[in-house]
Write a protein of this length. Sequence first.
Length: 273
Amino acid sequence: MRTKKLLATAVLASALCGLFSCEKEIDIDYREASGHYVAEASVTPEGTTVRLTTTQAMDTNTPNYVDDATIIIRNNTLDIDQTLTYTQNGVYTAYMRGMPGWSFTIDICINGQHYTSSSTMPNEAELSSFRFVWKEVLSERMLFAEAVIDDLPNENNYYFLHLYRNNIGYRWAVMRDDQNPGGELKQLFSCGTERQIANNDGNALREGDVLRLEVRNIDRLSYNYLYSLQMTSASNTNPIENFTGGMLGYFSAYMQTTHETTFKIEEVEEETE
């Protein structure tokens, strides 16, 4: 049996200063003038989905959906393609499904302009454990949601974790296994101090909240985009491009593991390390 080491990807001392930028709900504040196209595109074992919008003025809260695009998804491995069908609210779908190792290219055409991106589907991520734990941070007891991934051996892996609270995005993070290949990787999501939880303050968890964790093993290009996205608040820039042609957003082919639980404060564990 191989020895497994835990790699903590959150700095506990920073938690008291606020929630980590990489743990917020994905809310893309693109630093561009209004009118730029934004794509959220994916291929999974269930099918292909693309959501198209445009950036807009900061005082506008209504999404600008794009309903006149022609989108083609190509399976480069099987040498087949399919045109997506528009449904509603900027969403296009197709029955093109993915398998680990298959490579895909997506082409989005709007008003004669083509925007393309490619992604290769990795193997499925393995969630080893998920729990809530109290940790002492600068003399304050703080609640963390702790996810441990059993890293896949003999390959480079990149992970995207998205934690939902009552079906609303709550925290997210990306990590890679270059520091601990083939071992266990740990991600901590800050969920509030003991005082905040007792007083129902701020964005801290509350008794009975339903938490759903989605863990995806993504490819390097998707990781590069998401990692740069979490850095945008500090760098005051847009994420790196994932599409050609200047389109914002990203395309990812991925497998996904899901875990759901209900938060009960009496079940929170004490840190033993």
